[in-house]
Design a protein around this ligand. Structure first.
Ligand code: C2E
Ligand code: SIN
Ligand code: SIN
Ligand code: FE
Ligand code: FE
Length: 355
């Protein structure tokens, strides 16, 4: 965070060693670390909590007021959360809720290793920076959500007709996030990267909005001509993203490359047999390799106009068989090694008729 460097330059704020943003997911009540400025933040990386399990934060969210904790080690309000913060070497905190049109979108944390650091005098100096940081963080989260909402609206309107539901997007984006979390250590994927992957994965098939009904909804196998037409959804999707880039200033959105890659390369295969470019191995961006596994697993286990739902076992066998051919083996392993998380996601996001 550039802002953090500026603030460190202010002598009185030198002991302010961490600024972090946690994102709140309304649907699941989960809070996750997103952006943080401190180095070696291991104790707090990939930290996930249910908001209702952290009463101190829930209270901040409810009142809308920032809160100072002078010594976290004397403070029992958040248990696991507090323990993590202390493990990270921090003793005091200043926490602001990020509210977006009255709805909680996350929290902004300032931490210091010094107990009692956030005195009234420091808070006075910190105030303008805190406002700017809260504004930037809200804008950043908001921008992604606005784009996502716009895209989802387009998808919904254009496919009143289609069987693919919101539940598919909810599930596949969570499989993608789960795979990302498994690969984070070995592939040095940051929390920020994984959060964007989660936000953008549901847009992988945006190009299908431009595929004619007679093909998209065909209740049987596609012939060669129809398949070729169908496969154009990838390039069409890329054009839509490019168009949105121009008209919404999407190129300002951090990590927009993740979105572009997910849309452009989600049908490429590890062995080079995919489309539309026939990219191979490491030429395929990791976010697309992950999305491919998440998307196909959910497509297989769902009913489509052209197929019945497969059982998890059948879908897992297929992934296993195609590992190293169609799919990136570590991404397949991540999914196969976590059957209970897969089932939990399936249980949470069940197909409903009006989804
Ligand atoms: P989709 O339904 O979201 O499926 C995404 C991907 O999941 C497919 O990419 C494929 O790799 C995998 N998949 C889905 N169902 C099956 C299956 O029954 N067997 C196997 N082996 N793999 C499956 P793909 O093939 O590139 O298809 C892209 C999109 O084209 C599909 O998205 C679907 O919308 C459409 N599509 C593909 N085949 C047919 C078909 O035979 N009939 C119709 N009506 N649409 C099809
Ligand atoms: C807490 O709310 O328990 C501490 C917040 C933090 O600084 O991470
Ligand atoms: C779309 O097709 O545009 C989104 C739904 C899906 O993942 O297929
Ligand atoms: Fe696709
Ligand atoms: Fe899909």
């Amino acid at each position: 965070m550039d802002l953090h460097d500026r603030m460190r330059g202010v002598a009185a704020l030198a002991a302010l060693t961490r600024i972090a943003v946690a994102v709140y997911d309304q649907k699941t009540d989960l809070l996750r670390t997103f952006i943080h400025s401190s180095e070696g933040d291991a104790a707090l990386t990939r930290y996930v909590a249910r908001l209702s399990d952290v009463p101190s934060l829930a209270e901040i969210a409810q009142t809308g007021h920032p809160r100072v904790v002078d010594d976290i080690s004397c403070y029992n309000g958040a248990r696991e959360h507090s323990r993590r913060v202390i493990e990270g070497g921090f003793r005091s905190s200043y926490t602001l809720p990020l509210l977006n049109h009255g709805r909680l979108s996350g929290f902004l944390f300032f931490n210091s290793p010094e107990p009692g650091f956030f005195s009234p005098c420091i808070l006075h100096q910190l105030w303008p920076y805190a406002q700017v940081a809260a504004y930037i963080a809200t804008m950043e989260l908001d921008r992604i959500h606005v784009i996502q909402a716009a895209v989802h609206t387009v998808i919904r309107i254009s496919r009143e007709r289609d069987d693919e539901t919101g539940a598919h997007l909810d599930r596949m984006s969570r499989y993608a996030r789960m795979i990302g979390e498994c690969l984070a250590e070995s592939h040095t994927l940051s929390d920020e990267f994984i959060e964007y992957l989660f936000q953008f994965a549901p847009l992988h098939d945006i190009g299908k909005v431009a595929v004619p009904d007679r093909i998209l909804l065909k209740p049987g196998r596609l012939d060669a001509e129809e398949t070729a037409e169908m496969q154009k959804h990838v390039d069409k999707g890329r054009s839509i993203i490019d168009m949105m880039s121009d008209s919404f200033g999407l190129d300002q959105v951090p990590h927009i490359e993740i979105l572009r890659n997910v849309v452009s390369y989600h049908h490429e295969s590890w062995d080079g047999s995919g489309y539309p470019h026939g990219l191979k191995g490491g030429e395929i961006p990791i976010e697309a390799r992950i999305t491919a596994v998440a998307d196909v697993f959910d497509a297989l286990t769902s009913t489509r106009p052209y197929k019945h739902a497969w059982s998890n076992q059948q879908a897992c066998d297929f992934l296993q068989e195609m590992s190293g051919k169609k799919f990136y083996p570590p991404a397949v392993d991540a999914l196969l090694n976590n059957p209970s998380m897969v089932e939990a996601i399936q249980k949470q996001f069940v197909e409903t008729q009006f989804d």
